[in-house]
Design a protein. Structure first.
Lengths: 285, 288
């Protein structure tokens, strides 16, 4: 095979990416257009009604945008107290030891569990616990979904943060030790400030994961089409409303669901892009 | 005064160490809780017939429950469906992904390669439910029906970025002297890639493929709108077909079939985690 043919072949293969991504955006935009045209872009975003009575169909995305934001932010909140210690354990305290390797294997395996199995576990184990603790009567809701979501994103946040914590130069840490700092002080005054931007980007990418998580949230959030009024009440996220209703929807409802899909796609794309840019910057500096 | 201060700092130091250890250990709890629950509730359902028979109808299951017998049937239709869709997806995704990854590794400076690289990240971060919508619009609507083909297209789109990335990264960490030696011996670029670089990178690429398979094999959401599911054994690729995660979702929603959830979950979980461990082990021993 000549060099020229080889180059053309690779180029053609690389064309797959722009084709697929262009196709994704084109298909989402054209199919969401009907909903945006019918309700108006801003009204669709800010309306909290979701009613499919024939003749008086009204669809608005606000309850689901709220649901997604609530579950994601809560999951992030619950995830930090676990992922940060794991990152410190693997990247600082027990760096390079066998215990650290075991713990990273454990988090790798956590990342490998399919989301439907997380959903089952949340439904059959966590939900009864929440009911028994009298937090919410039906057990499912924003809180339950976020708790399981938090477990799911710990591995992503932890492994990336650990990578940045490991990269903190030894000379800096030794400098602080020689001034008499304890290890806790070194972590607070040297490791976090130096690795901070990297750790921050790790959490941004973890948010990107949590935003689009579908099955776990669908099984645990309770699936009601209202704006959740507290963290224990039920709701729906953007991904879960799609999973719930896409199969039975047609015409305007289908278009509205695809419009929600388009919004979700844009939000995750922006979050992931910010995360990647921050990571690149953190790696260079 | 000063002694008190030092004491405080040392207590803080100890608290920090123990806190980190405690919370890091707590993170392992969910893994064992999930593994334990699925194992304990699922192991007695695994039998030969569980893997060779298709799912029972809700009526049959109801009868069996009333008679106090175990539910007949298994998840064979799901296993066959998963294998068919995964097979088709892998056969297309691996060559395309490797070629695309090779393009990225060979053209690090071109502007187009930068765009392709960015789009790979974009696709990798796209929620799987959206891949489902896209495949529905692209394949299910024009074909006027759910099918195994649609399901495999969804899996293909999800695997592609993972394979591209692992190929690119493995090729990039190969020493450039390897490629230069090949070129110096008079091989053209294609030959050097095929005979030297790809064989040397095989371990990394293979790990990437294993991880990609283990990522998509448990995906449920994209298959719900594409493969739909089917309660009997089917080998046709233009008709709705089942898959193991789809069956779990079906069992979850059907009170008569709920007993079957755990056997199916145990099978899926063991399969995914074994693939994961195999990839990790392979990665440690074979890469360079």
């Amino acid at each position: 095979m000549s060099d020229k043919l080889y180059k053309v072949l690779l180029f053609v293969a690389a064309l797959v990416m722009p084709t697929v991504c262009g196709g994704v955006i084109y298909a989402l935009v054209t199919d969401a257009y009907e909903a945006f045209e019918h309700f108006g872009f801003f009204r669709f975003l800010t309306s909290s009604e979701w009613s499919y009575t024939e003749g008086a169909e009204v669809y608005g995305a606000l309850p689901f945008i709220t649901g997604t934001l609530m579950t994601t932010l809560l999951a992030l909140l619950f995830c930090i107290p676990f992922s940060l210690p794991v990152a410190l354990f693997v990247g600082e305290y027990f760096k390079g030891t066998r215990v650290a390797a075991v713990l990273s294997t454990v988090t790798d395996l956590l990342a490998g569990i399919p989301s439907i199995i997380y959903g089952l576990w949340g439904f059959y184990t966590l939900r009864p616990i929440i009911m028994a603790m009298n937090i919410s009567p039906q057990g499912s809701g924003v809180l339950t979904a976020s708790l399981v979501l938090a477990i799911m994103i710990v591995p992503y946040a932890a492994s990336l943060s650990a990578e940045f914590i490991k990269m903190v130069p030894n000379e800096l840490k030794e400098g602080a030790y020689s001034l008499g700092a304890t290890r806790a002080e070194v972590i607070g005054k040297v490791v976090f400030p130096v690795a901070g931007s990297g750790i921050f980007s790790a959490y941004i990418l973890a948010i990107g994961r949590a935003l689009g998580e579908t099955m776990t949230v669908t099984m645990l959030i309770g699936n009601t089409n209202n704006i959740p009024d507290s963290i224990t009440s039920t709701g729906n996220s953007m991904a879960s409303i799609i999973a719930n209703q896409f199969g039975e929807a047609d015409d305007l409802r289908l278009s509205s669901l695809i419009a929600i899909g388009l919004l979700l796609f844009l939000i995750t794309a922006v979050i992931n892009m910010i995360g990647k840019i921050l990571i690149k910057r953190a790696r260079i500096s | 005064m000063i002694q008190q201060k030092i004491k405080n700092r040392l207590t803080k130091e100890k608290l920090m160490l123990w806190g980190v250890c405690l919370f890091a250990a707590l993170t392992a709890v969910p893994l064992f809780a999930i593994l334990g629950e699925v194992l304990l509730r699922g192991y007695d359902q695994l039998s030969w017939s569980f893997f060779t028979e298709p799912t029972p109808t809700a009526y049959k299951a109801m009868k069996a429950i009333e008679a106090g017998e175990p539910i007949p049937g298994g998840i064979a239709n799901g296993i066959v469906g998963t294998m068919i869709m995964l097979g088709m997806a892998v056969v297309v995704a691996v060559p395309v992904g490797i070629l695309c990854g090779a393009y990225l590794a060979e053209n690090t400076k071109s502007r187009f390669a930068n765009i392709v690289s960015y789009l790979t990240d974009l696709l990798q971060g796209t929620p799987s439910v959206i891949i489902g919508i896209i495949t529905y619009i692209w394949v299910v609507v024009p074909m006027k029906g759910y099918s195994a083909i649609a399901g495999s297209v969804a899996l293909f789109i999800m695997m592609l970025p993972l394979i591209i990335r692992s190929t690119e990264e493995t090729l990039k960490i190969l020493p450039s002297s390897l490629k230069e030696a090949g070129l110096a011996l008079g091989g053209n670029r294609a030959r050097v890639m095929l005979k030297i670089q790809l064989p040397a990178a095989f371990g990394g690429i293979f790990t990437g493929v294993l991880l990609a398979v283990s990522r998509v094999i448990g995906e449920t959401a994209p298959l719900m709108f594409t493969a739909l599911g089917c309660s009997f054994m089917r080998f046709a690729i233009d008709k709705p077909i089942s898959a193991v995660p789809l069956l779990i979702w079906e069992f979850f929603n059907d009170p008569n079939l709920q007993e079957l959830i755990w056997g199916a979950s145990l099978f899926l979980l063991l399969f995914v985690l074994t693939l994961n461990m195999a990839a990790k082990f392979w990665c440690r021993t074979k890469v360079l």
